[in-house]
Design a protein around this ligand. Structure first.
Ligand SMILES: [Zn+2]
Length: 364
């Protein structure tokens, strides 16, 4: 009696028992169960009357069950037709549907197409692919898009080829999917090596990165991991490597500049942005240390007096903290406004610069 109870508990606690109870055909091919009292083994979905749990043993294959002395059930033929293959075929055909449909098909439609119930289809799909149909469709489109973007010249072509039926829909999704817009992605550092280093400065953690062209990122933050993730997001195709000796020197120079932005920084910069952004950033470097300018003033200086909002956005898109002094841009009323790396850092930078510029003036 105790062994019987023990056996029954072992069976009912086994996740496979649930598949037998529900006659889950998506579990077919993953195991068989054998019934001691009859000497027969079945596939999970067998329509035969359910045996008592204490009389059941699970085997991973028909071969194992037969080696243990059981015979195949004549009803469900667990040793014959290769159900795993037919399941795989069904899932594969669902995958093709997910890949080729402009709009991701519903679970019901997919299941109907391959002749399974919605419940079984979803379980089977997840078991074979490891993801839900929806996640599969999204991952497929993302991957397709990445491939297309690196092969294809036109972003628009890539969008259509990846199965996004309208451009606006693509752009709505692309930030989520790629972590950046499509045209930025094209410049996403394919075939380039980017050196990076993380360090500490008075403003917190600093990440410095350099491409073949020059310094391409100076970012400030509290969490080194987040800074690195952001860099990876910006250059998904690049090979990111840790710093070498030469680069350490560059990093030291930049950290020195961030702490004391009075000296000249003669380093090549790799500035990536739209023509408008570059005009704004150029204008920012013209704001003298210890002073500020408003967004409107910058807009006037670049000859686009109405574009102060776009100027503010370009400031927010700056990737070279302090070196491109977007912290010197404030609201028209002198209010500090925002800062890409936190308004606290902006405050510290500005008061530090005020102090430095006074001291410089007082020098003989
Ligand atoms: Zn059977």
């Amino acid at each position: 009696m105790t062994t019987k109870h023990h056996q029954a508990n072992q069976t009912t606690e086994d996740a496979r028992w649930q598949a037998v109870v529900t006659r889950d055909d998506t579990a077919d091919g993953t195991f068989v169960y054998a019934v001691h009292t009859t000497g027969i083994y079945c596939r999970p979905s067998c329509a035969a009357r359910l045996a008592r749990s204490e009389n059941i043993n699970f085997y991973t294959s028909p071969h194992e069950a037969e080696a243990a002395g059981f015979r195949a059930c004549k009803r469900c033929k667990p040793n014959q037709t290769n159900l795993t293959a037919s399941h795989t075929e069904k899932v594969a055909s669902a995958c093709r549907l997910l890949e080729t449909s402009e709009i991701i098909p519903s679970l019901e439609d997919l299941a109907k197409n391959v002749g399974l119930s919605k419940y079984h289809f979803q379980r089977l799909f997840k078991r074979i692919t490891g993801v839900t149909p929806k996640a599969y469709a999204q991952a497929y489109r993302t991957q397709k898009l990445r491939e297309q973007l690196s092969e294809d010249d036109s972003v628009t072509n890539a969008i259509y080829a990846a199965g996004y039926n309208t451009q606006s829909r693509f752009y709505a999704e692309s930030n989520k999917v790629l972590g950046m817009t499509a045209s930025e992605f094209r410049k996403g550092g394919a075939n380039t090596v980017i050196k990076f280093a993380l360090g500490e400065c008075s403003l917190g953690t600093i990440l410095v990165a350099q491409s073949e062209r020059g310094v391409c990122a100076i970012q400030l933050g509290d969490d080194p991991t987040l800074l690195l993730q952001e860099l990876e997001g910006r250059f998904p195709n690049a090979e990111l490597i840790g710093a070498d000796r030469d680069f350490e020197k560059t990093v030291a120079q930049i950290v020195g500049f961030v702490e004391t932005p009075t000296q000249d920084l003669n380093l090549p910069l790799d500035i990536r942005g739209t023509a408008f952004q570059q005009r704004v950033w150029q204008a920012l470097t013209g704001i003298p240390l210890g002073t500020t300018a408003s967004y409107s003033e910058i807009a006037q200086r670049i000859g686009a007096p109405k574009s102060f909002r776009a100027v503010a956005m370009a400031c927010g898109a700056n990737n070279l903290a302090v070196v491109i002094p977007c912290h010197r841009v404030v609201r028209n009323d002198g209010n500090l406004s925002g800062y890409r790396w936190g308004v606290e850092r902006k405050k510290i930078l500005l008061s530090n610069e005020k102090f430095l510029s006074k001291n410089e003036l007082n020098e003989p």
